[in-house]
Design a protein around this ligand. Structure first.
Ligand code: ADP
Length: 511
């Protein structure tokens, strides 16, 4: 029996190794070149929230920094993020204005609990304490956020800020401007294909090899390489190695570059990794495309204001205030496809804007009607991936009536939702709205293991000299499940730590 188990483990290790090498494109150890084509102090790989932040802070700390990006533009997944940013406070004091002041301790607690106690508390503290520092810096550099603050699933404090266009591109464009103004050199269409280390599994990280249209180049990093290459959600083979039940039928919200080779290359030179089997589905993507468009942010921002999620039978299937993993699994187990967010006109400006909702209606991503009966007719008139639904209008009317009663009572006996009295609204007058929604692969919580100073650790728990990482390529920040709107602060704060560490050897002061 033991022999069978051991041979199974060996076989699995071999398979993972072969898959990893095939994904990285180059097996084994490559001896560092005798001479280098370019030299910088700090080489940042990946131009998303994390890499842009790392490059900016490395440059500001006095280092000659270069940003390497394989795509023709910076932004990565960050640019198609929903533009939501969790921070317990900011210079705008939005939570305070709502009469719901938050605290760092509450944000830490929610993040620890939301990841089933599997996140590293020191990394979570970085995220939480660094978050308002970065948000205020972005605001000072022109980022605009909406005059609202929300409490999405898994958060029990009002801390989620939404950018003006409800898109991560608002943050990326601000970061891009900051990086350009700071004088960071940005190399686009430049793909890292290997990370050079002095010896196999030993010594300093020296630099990287890149592939460009003109050929290969070797880049020396005198002070450090910062890995900020994002996650692997758009690499079906890598996803399936870790979570075999995620098949082709499950959509993906990610950009084409989220293929995870940076993580594989880091492992090739001895980096440790963790939590790769924790892969998040975004519960509210467009059911037809799997994309997280702007309309898909409405169900995310709505729960504390009284939005109701129903299945194809017009019945609630989950506590709308729950975490993404809970909402996703409840939808997948709801017995039909897709599910819907239901809300009324009175609620629109609490978590969206009238202009946006009109835009989603024109795009047929949101349906509008003067009565709930008519709304059901609109829902039943569409097809979702070619399939019809047959929602009974009586069910939806009964569900909304019952939910209104729960708002009055301040308690939800069916699913135990936390109802914030005075903030949660009943659905009593039209027009009424519905947005269809369905889970789609979104975020890979696992990745390279880092210290709280963003240094990459090796398999034996030692720091790999000259090697730092930040953002979705790292593991252990969020545990089993990332709370929505914690991604930007995670990436940007750990980017700040990695950039400052690489440039100066000292972390920034966060509290
Ligand atoms: P994060 O949110 O952690 O910053 P993103 O996915 O937004 O991650 O950004 C990661 C960026 O890294 C993407 O723009 C992606 O194209 C880039 N990237 C990934 N792999 C490589 C690579 N091998 N070489 C250069 N850039 C890469």
């Amino acid at each position: 029996m033991l022999r069978k188990v051991l041979s199974g483990v060996v076989a699995l290790t071999l398979v993972l190794g072969i898959v990893g090498m095939a994904l990285a494109g180059e097996p084994g150890f490559i001896t560092p070149p005798g001479s280098w084509d370019e030299t910088y102090d700090v080489v940042v790989v990946g131009g998303g929230f994390a890499g842009l932040s790392a490059a900016y802070f490395a440059k500001k700390a006095g280092a000659d920094a270069v940003l390497i990006e394989k795509m023709p533009f910076v932004g990565g997944n960050s640019i198609i993020n929903g533009g939501v940013y969790a921070s317990y406070t900011s210079k705008l004091k939005l939570a305070e204005k709502l009469g719901q002041p938050d605290s760092p301790e509450k944000h830490i607690e929610d993040t620890v609990v939301g990841g089933d106690f599997m996140g590293d508390p020191a990394l979570i503290e970085n995220l939480v304490y660094g978050s308002p520092i970065i948000l205020d810096l972005l605001l000072d550099n022109g980022l605009q956020v909406r005059d609202m603050i929300s409490r999405p699933g898994g958060h029990y404090g009002y801390r989620t800020h939404t950018t003006i266009n409800q898109s991560g591109s608002d943050v990326v464009l601000t970061q891009k401007k900051m990086v350009e103004e700071a004088g960071v050199k940005v190399l686009l269409n430049t793909k890292m294909t290997y990370i050079y280390r002095e010896k196999p599994m030993e010594g300093r990280v020296l630099g990287i090899r890149v592939e460009t249209k003109e050929g290969e180049r070797n880049i020396l990093a005198k002070k450090g390489v910062i890995l900020a290459t994002g996650g692997f959600a758009n690499n079906p083979d890598m996803v399936r190695v870790h979570v075999p039940w995620i098949t082709d039928e499950v959509g993906c919200t990610n950009h084409p570059g989220a293929t995870g080779e940076g993580l594989v290359m880091a492992k090739q030179i001895g980096a440790n990794s963790l939590h790769e089997c924790y892969i998040q589905l975004y519960p509210f993507a467009d059911p037809n495309t799997g994309i997280l468009d702007a309309a898909a942010v409405v169900p995310f921002n709505g729960p504390s204001f009284g939005i109701v999620y129903v299945d194809v039978q017009g019945k609630r299937y989950v506590d709308e205030g729950q975490r993404r993993d809970v909402c996703s699994m409840a939808a997948l187990n709801s017995g039909g496809f897709p599910t819907f967010s239901i809300f009324s006109d009175e609620m629109v400006e609490l978590f969206s804007t009238r202009e946006d909702i009109e835009k989603y209606i024109k795009q047929d991503r949101c349906f509008k009607a003067d009565s709930l009966e008519q709304l059901v007719k609109e829902i039943n008139a569409r097809t979702y991936k070619g399939q019809k639904v047959n929602m009974p209008a009586d069910n939806l009317i009964a569900t909304i009536k019952q939910h209104n009663g729960y708002i009055d009572q301040g308690a939800d006996p069916d699913f135990g939702k936390k109802i914030d009295k005075g903030i949660a609204k009943k659905i009593v007058a039209g027009p009424y709205y519905a947005i269809p929604q369905w889970p789609s692969v979104h975020h890979t919580m696992g990745g390279v293991k880092i210290t709280p100073r963003a240094e990459v650790e090796d398999l034996w728990g030692n720091v790999i000299p000259g090697f730092f990482a930040a953002g979705e390529v790292t593991g252990g920040v969020h545990g089993t499940n990332r709370l929505g709107s914690n991604a930007i602060p995670d990436c940007a704060v750990h980017g700040m730590i990695a950039g400052t560490m690489a440039a100066t050897g000292k972390p920034p002061v966060l509290k």
